[in-house]
Design a protein around this ligand. Structure first.
Ligand SMILES: [Zn+2]
Length: 342
């Protein structure tokens, strides 16, 4: 088969790779219906996160089970499944507390931009639908695998509830789906920070009530203006830079909550500033597995359409163009169709 490998900054290749096989009796092999490029894939792509050797790419996936190991009980050949970017047994004490992305047996998925994928701990990692979903739902089901699950966690960690005033920092796909998530959780006001017309439009479609284009101190001042000088109840930090974290910290009302899901790059918090901010901070790699059954249900019931974040669809063998389009911000998020699937 062929799969995606990053060789160095902006050097993505689609090349021959060994077909995955069952290695552990708890593994499953799935044939991907669709995969995609994550905003976090751009960190190594841009060379900001260094890589020591070529690395296979991709951690968002859904597809049809081809084969399961002899100890897999719940997942069956022929089922349509979605899984998280982090594997989990879904039974350890950490999983029982709902933090499957820190499971004691966790591995991070990293070979999903390919046509076939090995999924470890299949019973605990994958969620199957009862029937094969109709084709037009595939993008939204794929979105639950990471980008929606991550936006959802940001909103959940930021304790969004009916009536909340919410700020979303970051207009990437996760931030946009953070808007959708906050809306689903009953937020009364959702302020999205964005300077890009196409992203503003999608934020409004997903339920944003206000758009703020200012950044830095001006951005903070604007948020304060919009909240009678108080700040927001819940802030979703969906970028991972010093600037975005400071934006979040200074825009939260005392006693408010920050859900931070942007993978931090060079973020440092000042203890004294943190002390006097008086906020709750909760974040990390989203425990997507906890939310998958609920999110898949919302998609199958056509209550939400998170697949709208995919504004570019390419055949998998054009994956390099998919990265370029996201790197240059021509695309919000690229969906990849393994060749031969329609
Ligand atoms: Zn576990």
């Amino acid at each position: 088969m062929r799969g995606t490998v990053l060789y160095g900054p902006r050097d993505i290749r689609f090349e021959d790779r060994p077909e995955p096989t069952i290695g552990q009796p708890t593994d499953a092999i799935i044939r991907l219906s669709a995969t995609c490029i994550c905003g976090s894939d751009l960190w190594p792509y841009r060379g900001i996160q260094r890589i020591a050797q070529p690395i296979p790419m991709g951690h968002e996936y859904c597809g049809i089970v081809e084969e399961v190991g002899r100890e897999v009980r719940n997942i069956k050949t022929g089922q349509f499944v979605v899984g998280s970017f982090a594997t989990s047994d879904n039974t350890c004490v950490i999983c029982q507390h709902g933090y499957q992305s820190s499971c004691v047996q966790r591995e991070f998925m990293s070979t999903a931009q390919a046509s076939l994928l090995r999924v470890p701990l299949a019973d605990g990692t994958l969620v199957a639908t009862s029937d094969l979903p109709s084709k037009e739902l595939i993008p939204s089901l794929l979105a639950t695998s990471d980008v929606l699950g991550t936006g959802w966690f940001a909103a959940d960690a930021a304790k969004v509830k009916p009536g909340s005033t919410v700020l979303v920092v970051g207009d990437g796909a996760v931030g946009l789906l953070g808007v959708l998530s906050a809306k689903q959780m009953g937020a009364e006001r959702v302020i999205a920070m964005s300077r890009h017309a196409s992203r503003q439009k999608l934020a409004l479609e997903f339920g944003a009530t206000d758009i703020v284009t200012e950044r830095g101190d001006e951005g903070v001042a604007r948020i304060k203006d919009l909240t009678k000088g108080i700040g927001c109840d819940s802030v979703l930090e969906c970028v991972g830079t010093q600037e975005s974290m400071m934006q979040a910290l200074k825009s939260t009302r005392p006693g408010g909550y920050i859900g931070y899901v942007g993978v931090p790059h060079g973020v440092a918090l000042d203890g004294e500033q943190l002390f006097f901010a008086h906020v709750h901070l909760h974040g990390g790699p989203a425990p997507v597995r906890r939310y998958l059954p609920q999110l898949i249900g919302l998609v199958l019931d056509r209550k939400i359409n998170p697949g709208k974040v995919f504004d570019l669809t390419l055949p998998l063998d054009q994956v390099a163009e998919g990265y370029r389009a996201m790197d240059e911000r021509r695309a919000i998020k690229t969906l990849l169709r393994p060749n031969g699937t329609k």
